[in-house]
Design a protein around this ligand. Sequence first.
Ligand code: 5RP
Length: 229
Amino acid sequence: MDARQMKIKAAEAALEYVEDGMRLGIGTGSTAEEFVRLLAEKVAGGFRIQGVPTSERTARLCVELGVPLKSLDELPELDLTIDGADEVDPQLRLIKGGGGALLREKIVATASSRMIVIADETKVVDMLGAFKLPIEVNSFGLVATRIAVDKLAARHGLTGDISVRASGDGPFRTDGGHLILDASFGRIPDADALARDLNAIAGVVEHGLFIGIASLAIIAGPDGARKLG
Ligand code: 5RP
């Protein structure tokens, strides 16, 4: 089974949790896109859901495939969000934001009664941090915010480069117009404390540590999908 087939397996398993009439948060990334394709087939077959996308990219795919969308302001309370992740640990703590959508992803997931993560085995880790931690920051005061993040990392005993995410000739901009700092920490022994402390830095809009948000992860490997949580 290749990487794409594993993503499809995880998405198929997640689709079983989607019920007719649900208000659904729809994630971002290549795994979430496989989910959107399967969901679109169900919708074409008469299944009724109302989706809230976590990015402009996901919104475009949903529109293209005929998945009905609402804004989060129209549907502020959701039944379920299905989304991918960059890392998942045994406590279902996540790193997200590889695709740059972490702020909307977190807002949508926390407006949902339940979040289910879909991923392949390569995303499962014993300890978060091998994947660069995305930190969404306001462009105002970027240098000061970066220094504050650096100092915080040092207090947590974390070393590694913290760089502004680039795209083409300039910096990457999120759907909200912010910048992303990618922090190469390697391993994050106390992700809960780091998440709390990052939220206390004024220039940090949001970070990619999703703690206590996901209640189930569907992990696909060569032999099929298994559940974590
Ligand atoms: C986007 C995300 C994605 O869910 C994450 O990057 C996983 O993407 P993929 O399924 O393509 O590996 O957090 O901000």
